[in-house]
Ligand binder design. Structure first.
Ligand SMILES: [Fe+2]
Length: 516
């Protein structure tokens, strides 16, 4: 007789699911996502608003249909090897070069991109740091993405094409008639609160908490609040001189972790009204300047290429972990990685900590005490996170620099350090936490250290470590054995003397002769 089966009903709340498949959706997007997408990591996609617009068998025809202009955007050296060669052709109503000049603009944003030790505005955080939820704008202030971007920390400098930066965005307004263009690096945007409508030159992306999207250097985009959303917040990891890639899988084989087919790319989309004055705000070497123009920058009728923003739903992550013993290194949860110039060390890894089974036996399953070489920035998107402290709430964050000692101290954590039967269990349910790991030493901005107002630079009160007392020093068995080890060592030293000391050897020989 087969065991009675418990039927599984489709779930509806993506923040309460174990995995995307709990939703039993036939579509690759959540129910409230209004857009359609193309699938497949790193493809050379193509899309057109009006079928038949893309030139056939060539990129640069003498005359593009409807009098459109051909414009190319490159992302690599022209002659880069094929696997690293990135470019997209756009067929648009007006070329991006048609504008009314560059202007400087004022902004309420806190942008800092120079993370060199000689910059007095950035400093290390030698202790563990924790942030309560980063502040959202007051209702009296209208803050869009341009003004609501705040750098927390980073390493390197975009001018050198070397390094990375962490940001939070906190907004209560949509970008109206203005676009953003980051000429410094690639943004990995992770929504924490509030759905966003992300309009890119290549089409629309709907982004909601638990999803990420990547917008490459030089691509123009506009962020609007999703339907019914009054305030939104999220995290951004920007990489300079590198790009986000899927990690290699090694012995795992061809599938798992973030699967290539789950990366979604927009389809071509054109603004219905292309008229009106627009501003394109460029972030260039960490400073804003602005292009003014009398037409929409979102005027592509068709495009083809592989420099295209994409999105990924973190609830689709196919987690792998220990099925026999020991705690698997968190690198097994890498969603995307960005290479550094050191072939053995990534510049940045973006990690997933979502719901999963915990099944290792005869093992201390929780993260062991560690002083990892990497810097770790953690943030909870929703739910109870990793329960690090009362301050570790959705919308905040925590940081441990490379080799900062840390680990757990809760009663449950200590309780795990006992010999026990290990039952399979589901962990980290109803929450989503992300981590950005980097080989770099982070320097932190004034906004992160003080200005945001939610900083606690000693996220862990040293008193908590009192739950981890010295159980060795007064252990009578350990004491007796230490004494014995010392005596044995002395004895061994005396017996070993003959190998190295001619006098001792003579003595040994004499004693033997006398003995005969
Ligand atoms: Fe850690």
């Amino acid at each position: 007789m087969p065991a009675p089966m418990k039927e599984r009903e489709p779930a509806t709340d993506p923040t309460k699911i174990f995995h995307y498949t709990d939703l039993q959706r036939k579509k690759p997007t959540r129910e409230n996502d209004p857009y359609t997408y193309m699938h497949g990591w790193n493809n050379r996609h193509q899309s057109e608003v009006i079928p038949g617009t893309l030139p056939v068998a060539q990129n640069n025809p003498q005359e593009v249909r409807f009098g459109l202009y051909t414009e190319g955007i490159t992302y690599s050296a022209f002659a880069a090897p094929r696997a690293h060669n990135y470019s997209t052709y756009m067929y648009r109503v007006r070329p991006a070069a048609a504008h009314n000049g560059y202007k400087k603009i004022e902004s309420k944003a806190h942008i800092q991109n120079c993370f060199l030790s000689l910059n007095p505005e950035v400093e290390t955080l030698p202790e563990q740091a924790e942030w309560g939820p980063f502040p959202l704008p007051e209702d009296s202030d209208k803050i869009d993405f341009v003004d609501g971007l705040h750098t927390l920390g980073g390493s390197g400098d975009p001018n050198l094409r070397e390094g990375m930066a962490l940001y939070v965005y906190a907004i209560n307004a949509s970008m109206e008639k203005r676009a953003f263009c980051n000429t410094d690096g690639d943004f990995l945007i992770c929504a924490q609160q509030g759905n966003l409508d992300v309009q890119t030159e290549f089409g629309m992306i709907f982004l909601q908490p638990g999803e990420i999207c990547v917008i490459q250097r030089g691509v123009r985009f506009r962020i609007a609040l999703g339907p019914g959303v009054e305030k939104a917040r999220g995290y951004i990891t920007e990489v300079w001189g590198s790009m986000w890639e899927l990690p290699d899988l090694g012995p795992l084989g061809g599938h798992s972790l973030a699967n290539p087919r789950d990366f979604l790319y927009p389809v071509a989309h054109i603004d219905e009204d292309l008229s009106g004055d627009w501003a394109v705000v460029n972030k260039n070497n960490g400073k804003y300047n602005c292009l003014e123009q009398d037409h929409s920058p979102f005027d592509l009728v068709a495009w083809h290429g592989n420099v295209v923003p994409y999105k990924y739903d973190l609830t689709k992550f196919a987690s792998q972990n220990a099925t026999s013993i020991d705690h698997t290194d968190p690198s097994v949860n890498t969603v995307l990685t960005a290479k550094s110039r050191d072939p053995n060390t990534p510049l940045a890894d973006f990690l997933w900590f979502g719901p999963r089974w915990d099944v290792a036996s005869n093992t201390f399953r929780l993260p062991y005490f560690h002083r990892n070489s990497a810097s770790e920035f953690l943030a909870c998107l929703y739910g109870e996170g990793l329960g690090r402290s009362d301050d570790f709430q959705p919308g905040g964050g925590s940081f441990e620099g490379g080799h900062t000692p840390h680990g757990g101290f809760s009663e449950a954590y200590v309780d795990e350090m006992r010999i026990q039967e290990s039952e399979p269990r589901k962990i980290l349910e109803n929450q989503m936490t992300i981590m950005v790991e980097s080989s770099r030493t982070f320097l932190w901005t004034e906004y992160a250290r003080v200005g945001c107002g939610t900083t606690n630079t000693r996220g862990t009160d040293p008193k908590v470590w009192d739950t981890l007392p010295d159980r060795f020093s007064n252990n009578p068995e350990a004491k007796a054995l230490l004494k014995r080890v010392k005596e044995d060592k002395k004895l061994m030293e005396e017996r070993s003397k003959v190998y190295f000391d001619d006098g001792a050897l003579k003595e040994l020989l004499n004693s033997k002769t006398n003995g005969c």
